[in-house]
Design a protein around this ligand. Structure first.
Ligand SMILES: C[S@@+](CC[C@H](N)C(=O)[O-])C[C@H]1O[C@@H](n2cnc3c(N)ncnc32)[C@H](O)[C@@H]1O
Length: 201
């Protein structure tokens, strides 16, 4: 499959127009036994989120994970961004969160505006590794701590963009230098996925 030819935007916009419940709107309908509150707790712990911290959630989708994060840390200043206008609108209307219609690679906020930046389960939909590197650059520019979640090493879907752990770590070191703390953890749903947590100086 030519990944560049696959139109993920059409898939997400269609999902956004359907009358579907939150879990399916965020693409988790095929994943069994999702404990989203446990995942949110682990993200909050890895990022060391505190009350009143500014938290940017890139590719936040309809808000399945965002809701769990806000249940666990209701006092953060939350902003989501989402490429699909229809999904961003649905998220705002149903959950009332601050959600802007931007793509992940766009430079929206100034340097270090946020304490934390999360991008969970979206890197597989990106068009290329160059695009993914730009997203990492933007994440680590806007926040000192970043959680890149659910990167696929292998996938059931051959139109997903795949990643290698060592390669992603080396991209991050190129962006923020060798003094950054970079932790790689196993995926929350599958052993063929991984997460990267970065605390830059
Ligand atoms: C699997 S959902 C995950 C949503 C949310 N992060 C969660 O875990 O609940 C993937 C979302 O990424 C969005 N997305 C895909 N490519 C994107 C991009 N380049 N920029 C921003 N959002 C993107 C899709 O529109 C979709 O809403």
């Amino acid at each position: 499959m030519n990944k560049a030819a696959f139109d993920w935007d059409a898939v997400w916009n269609r999902k956004g127009r359907e009358d579907t419940e939150l879990k399916a709107l965020c693409g988790y309908n095929h994943v069994e036994n999702v404990n989203i509150d446990k995942i949110a707790a682990s993200i909050i712990s890895d990022l060391e989120v505190k009350q009143e911290d500014r938290f940017l959630d890139i590719a936040c989708g309809g808000g399945f994970l965002s809701s769990a994060i806000l249940r666990k840390a209701p006092d953060i200043i939350y902003v989501g961004t989402e490429r699909s206008a229809v999904i961003a609108r649905k998220h705002r209307q149903t959950l009332g969160n601050a959600v802007l219609n931007f793509s992940a690679h766009e430079a929206v906020f100034h340097d270090d505006f946020f304490s934390h930046c999360l991008c969970f389960s979206a890197f597989q939909y990106f068009p290329s590794h160059d695009y993914a590197k730009e997203v990492l650059r933007q994440m680590l520019r806007q926040a000192r701590r970043a959680y890149i979640g659910d990167l696929a090493i292998k996938s059931h879907d051959d139109s997903h963009l795949l990643y290698k752990q060592d390669e992603v770590v080396s991209w991050i070191m190129d962006i923020c230098g060798h003094k950054a703390s970079i932790k790689v953890t196993e995926g929350h749903f599958y052993t063929t996925r991984f997460n990267v947590i970065v605390h830059r100086p």
